[in-house]
Design a binder for this molecule. Sequence first.
Ligand code: FES
Length: 212
Amino acid sequence: MSSIAPGASDELPHRRDFLVLATGALAATGAVAALWPFIDSMEPAQDTLAAGAPIDIDISPLQPGQQIVVLWRSRPIFVVHRTPEELKTLQDPKTLADLRDPHSTALQQPEYAANWHRSIKPEYLVLVGICTHLGCIPNFMPGVGTVDPSWRGGYFCPCHGSRYDLAGRVFKGVPAPYNLPVPPHRFASDTAVRIGENIAGSTFDFSTITQI
Ligand code: FES
């Protein structure tokens, strides 16, 4: 999916590395082509990236079932528009029983994302896309049955087989010990997510996250 090496250096991302686009349910070439020019235009200035400053991502072209991947502070950030069916699966007791930390008790997210959907708005998920085992980039696999017959949609890390649901919550019985981190973020508008800035009133410090 991505050419971004886990644990990459802090060098400035190259222009072509900045935005990597992956789609799930809507993987048609046309959908990708339609999204790419728009998202490419959102690329922030290099000095903005260098400073680790917040970046705004326009989510208006992101359809239910799709994911955008951007870089923030040299890390891949997944932004997902979840479907109503996916949100139902997140709350299913069968899903919860299989998760290691279903209620996000470990400090892997800001307090405003320590909820059943691990986000501000249920339909939009924002994650740091780095496996909490050894730092690979998990694959976005939203399709039911795409990894094995029991797969209900989520992230699959090809390195050692760790599995996460579509809230980035890790399953039991895999090497990864923690849920995928949620970075500070907020909605700058109804259609723009600002990565790197908390909601009003929050002092969440990204460096306090238990494990990336
Ligand atoms: S790095 Fe993801 S399972 Fe090992």
